[in-house]
Each structure stands twice: as C-alpha cells, then as structure tokens.
Write a protein that binds this ligand. Structure first.
Ligand code: CA
Length: 360
C-alpha cells in the first residue's frame, strides 16, 4: 500500500510539472515600448505612464511588459504620434493638442479654452460619446486613444511683467500650445510650442518671454521661479487638461481580450490617479513658490479674461467652419457642456461659492 501511494505521488508530481510546462508554452508574452512627450520620470506627467506600465505588468502577471521612454530617448517629444501611427512603437503618452497640425479636432480631447473641468471632460469622454469621436478621428492614423491622466485646472503662466490689459501681451513670445495659443496670437502675442524639457532654457536664454506649462507642482519642478517673477491665474485656456495614451491599432488587435481589458482598466485608473496627485500636491508647491521663492501671484483682470473668452468663442466657431471633424467634435462638446453646466451652476459651482463665502 505504502509503495503504491509513493508511486502515485510521484506520478502526480510529474503530471503537475508537465501541466505547468504546457501552460507556460501556451501563454504568449508581449513586450511593448511606450514613447512619451515628457522627460523620463518627470513628476506627475512622466510618472503616469510609468505607473501604468507597472500596473499592467502586475495585473497581467508579466504577460504584457511595457518599457517607457522619456522624450528624446527613442523619438523626440513631438514625434510620439508619428511613432505610434507608423508602428515603430506600440504605445505613446502625451497631450492630444500637440498634434493639432495633423488633427485639429484632437485639441478637444486635451481641452479647449473656457472648456471642461477635469470631472466634466472625464464624463464627456467616458459617458458622453467623446471617446467614440476621439477613436473616429484617430482611426485614419491607425491609433487607438485612451484617456491618460488630467492636470486639473492649470495656471495662466509665468511672466516678467504685469499683465493689466491685452496691450501688455503685444510682442510677447510665449510657449502656448493648442487653441489657447491661437487665442494668445489673436490677442497680440506670439505663441510657440516647445516641449516641456526645453522650457527652462528657452526662458533663461530669452528664446521666449513667457511660459505656460501646468501648475505649481510641475512648474516648481522645472524651476520657472528662477526665470520669471509673476505667476498668473486663472488658467482660462486649460481648465482641466486630459492626457492621452495612444496605441497602434494593429498591435492592439494582436492582444488577447483579457490584456486589452487590463490596458483599458489601468488607463482609467491612471487617468484618475494623476488628477489626485495634482490635487494633493499643487497647494504645497504654490506655498513654496510664494514663501520660499518670493514669486508674485497675480490674478488676470476680469476684462482681460472676458476678452480672451470672446476671442476663444470666435476661434472655435471659425475652426469648426473650416474643418468637418472639428465641427463634429465641437457640436458634441457644446451639447455636453450645456448639459453639465446648468446643473453644475446650482451644484458644485454654487457650493464652492458658498464655501468660499465663509472664508472671506
Ligand atoms: Ca499647459
């Protein structure tokens, strides 16, 4: 009996080890590359794709490994879209308004002046038909988009002079991407789009006179307090900018369904996580900028904000007249904005107003 049991146990072990060998052979592993528009490991923006990659690796038990590259390590920051489109890499991470030269309608999926807050753009993209439109406009480029984080409401930016009227913007060369840059141009300034990692030097050498980037947490990390004196708010041009993951559609189609689901769920988690990181970090950084670095915080005058708003409406309307995709996306944006704005006016807006009353 004892002998029988031992032989049975040995057979059982052999059978187990054969099973595990067979299942390892059956699992196909994927090694992907993701290029980004951010410096490697940059706080917030650059860490979001790193966290995504870690999450996907853990959830897939190593079946999908994604190596993240900073701007310039594999392709330049502004080459990310093309690299994913051509299939030279499987994935990218950036901001959709960087590709406005190729896809003007993409700008809505980063954000437009006087547009959606973070909550609102999430609701539009995930629950209001936004993602379907985004997929439609990226499809000709063989790219599948997914939301990839949100900065929350940004700052207007850094200046070395006070801005009291639009006349003060005349002749100013400012880093300013997206529709916001077009508004700035119409207001008399000169917008340029320079990747984040090159902005400090551009300010230091006088290549640009002013810079908008993100908000206190990111701006402190780049050291803009050393090259500019005035820090202006509100960020009328980027009220809740969404970041993006880009996936080459052929590579996406080659993933088994469970890995596709892992990618979608991890992207959604990172989309919220990055916003939480900004919400938790911005005020601490702002206090450091003001108290340690003597940065002069300034609010844009109301009449300047209103002028920016009028120009923004005009630019969005004329862009829609000139481009069928912009028109389609703008109509969806406007419809959803109408739906969320009316309720927000009596819900979150009214509450925040009430909360601030008690602090005055
Ligand atoms: Ca910005």
């Amino acid at each position: 009996m004892k002998k029988f049991c031992v032989s049975f146990f040995v057979l059982f072990l052999i059978s187990c080890s054969q099973d595990s060998v067979q299942s390892e052979v059956a699992v196909k592993k994927f090694n992907w590359s993701m290029v980004t528009t951010w410096p490697k490991n940059y706080p917030g923006l650059g860490m979001a794709p790193e966290r995504f990659s870690k999450m996907v690796n853990e959830m897939s038990q190593g079946q999908l490994k994604i190596t993240v590259y900073g701007a310039g390590e594999f392709v330049p920051a502004m080459g990310v879209f093309d690299a994913v489109s051509s299939g030279s890499v499987e994935m990218g991470h950036g901001g959709a308004y960087y590709w406005k030269g190729k896809v003007p309608a993409a700008q809505f999926f980063a954000g437009v002046p006087f547009g959606f807050t973070a909550d609102e753009i999430n609701a539009w993209v995930y629950r209001g038909g936004g993602l379907e439109l985004w997929e439609e406009i990226y499809q000709p480029f063989n790219i599948k988009p997914l939301p990839g984080g949100n900065t929350g409401t940004q700052m207007f930016g850094w200046f070395n002079k006070e801005i009291n009227s639009l006349a003060d913007l005349k002749g100013l060369k400012m880093r300013f991407p997206g529709f916001g840059g077009e508004v700035f141009k119409r207001a008399g300034g000169t917008p340029v789009n320079i990747p984040g990692g090159e902005l400090y030097t551009a300010m230091q050498t006088g290549t640009i006179d002013a810079v908008e980037w993100v908000g206190p947490y990111n701006d402190l990390a780049f050291g803009f307090q050393q090259v500019a004196k005035y820090y202006y708010y509100p960020g009328w041009h980027e009220p809740g900018s969404m970041l993006e993951f880009m996936i080459n559609i052929d590579e996406w189609n080659g993933l088994p369904p469970h890995l596709q689901k892992i990618v979608e769920v991890a992207a959604k988690a990172v989309n919220q996580d990055l916003l939480d990181e900004y919400t938790a970090s911005n005020n601490r950084a702002l206090q450091e900028l003001i108290n340690t670095h003597d940065v002069q915080l300034r609010r844009l005058p109301d009449d300047v904000i209103n002028e920016f708003r009028a120009i923004s409406d005009d630019i969005l309307t004329s862009s829609a007249e000139n481009d069928a995709d912009v028109k389609k996306v703008y109509e969806s944006f406007k419809k959803f904005m109408g739906e969320v704005r009316s309720f927000n006016a009596i819900a979150e807006d009214a509450f925040v107003e009430a909360r601030n009353l008690s602090e005055e």
